[in-house]
Design a protein around this ligand. Structure first.
Ligand code: SF4
Length: 128
């Protein structure tokens, strides 16, 4: 993987993924993405829009996310906290460090996605 589009709030989700998820296809897709991020440190383009991970999400109904308002809010909050524009390009290692410094270390995960169904799991992992 040399370059990849990443939905902005997925920069948080991939960090906390524990092999649980909506479906086998989604879990497999997420596992492959995480392996590529850690293995090749690709250049990413952050988007407030669907990315390849969304392709295997059961919330994706014929190309339209049935939670689009909520996840768009997550994307906007992440980009705001990271001080990055929609379309920003940076390496996974830079993004990961920035997520830690600007979202997780200051305890701001709740500001991004406190109403996500997975928040209890992710927030616990964020302080471990
Ligand atoms: S709580 Fe939801 S949106 Fe936030 S990092 Fe976890 S899975 Fe992603």
């Amino acid at each position: 993987m040399s370059t990849c589009e990443l939905r902005a709030h997925h920069a948080l989700c991939v960090r906390f993924f524990q092999g649980k998820g909506y479906s086998e296809a989604f879990v497999n897709n997420m596992t492959a993405l995480i392996g590529a991020l850690r293995g090749t440190d690709p250049l990413l383009t952050l988007r407030g829009a669907p990315d390849p991970l969304c392709g295997s999400c059961p919330h994706n109904r014929d190309g339209v996310c049935d939670s689009s308002d909520k996840v768009a809010r997550y994307d906007a909050a992440v980009l705001r906290l990271l001080s990055l524009p929609d379309g920003a390009s940076l390496r996974w290692s830079e993004l990961s460090a920035r997520v830690w410094e600007r979202v997780l270390a200051p305890g701001k995960l709740n500001e991004v996605c406190g109403d996500c169904q997975w928040y209890p799991i992710c927030s616990r992992a964020a302080v471990e």
